[in-house]
Design a protein around this ligand. Sequence first.
Ligand code: XIL
Length: 319
Amino acid sequence: AQLNKLAKAAGKLYFGSATDNGELSDTAYVNILKNTDEFGQITPGNGQKWQYTEPNQGQFSYTQGDQIVDFAATNGQIVRCHTLVWYSQLPSWVSSGSWTKDQMTSIINTHISNEVGHYKGKCYSWDVVNEALNDDGTYRSNIFYTVLGESYIPLAFEAAAAADPAAKLYYNDYNIEATGAKQASTVKIVTLVKNAGARIDGVGMQAHLIVGSVSAQSTLQSAMNSYISAGATEVSYTELDIRFSSLPATDSGLQQQATDYATVTKACLAVKACVGITIWDYTDKYSWIPSTFQGQGAALLYDDNLSKKPAWTAVSSVL
Ligand code: XIL
């Protein structure tokens, strides 16, 4: 059987995939993506990011995000909306301004109320703040942090909650799938937001992982449970891909990748509050990995020719 159907039968809300605007003209690709037995959830890979939605101050554009959100609605798929406050893909008018605290507060409030307002009722969840932490657990120094300190985080959650009371509000980051300094600081972010009186519902673990270097299932579960103990009501794997750090992929490597995907899937199944798994696109054909990590790739469940890999079989047999 197929992935979303199996995930739902196992008590999860969805098994989903990211996608992007350019890919929607690839008919063979779309035929798999729109099949709700396979994918019950969609994340826009780029179109809802600040550089596209507010390229100039006060000038909002939702053309790209709408295309993906409308695609999902047409096919009866839920949407994880992504992302509101992030240091990357941030237009230079935000990142290179010299803002006062009041100005930055207003910039964040305006951006969030406009974008979340535009998508009100259409997002299962929002990744409200993305990648606020360095790998050592300290705060990443971005323009928001420079002007406002850590208070930009609860501020963003408050604005998102006001604009769409029904959307689940997430903190989302990478290298927080296992226990360690960054996971401990993620716990602190959940506490920070709650102590400020704002709502945070979930922690999204991006899970951009490497074949052969995936943590034990019990470690993955400990990280998830730490977020729930801190007061999040749910967690999810939001951008899962497991890449080869060198190519080409060998047969034994593909078997290891299958084992690694099974480990992550089993961890989500074992934690009730883990609501679903999203892969960061479903095919190697459209993976972001090769362009970001030189010489790496083959990270997804379908190969470049849209054929299922051993990892697909492993996930489906575990679900
Ligand atoms: C990536 C997209 O997939 C690429 O197309 C884009 O060029 C850069 O961003 N963490 C995130 C995602 O939260 O938004 C990123 O997506 C991957 C890392």
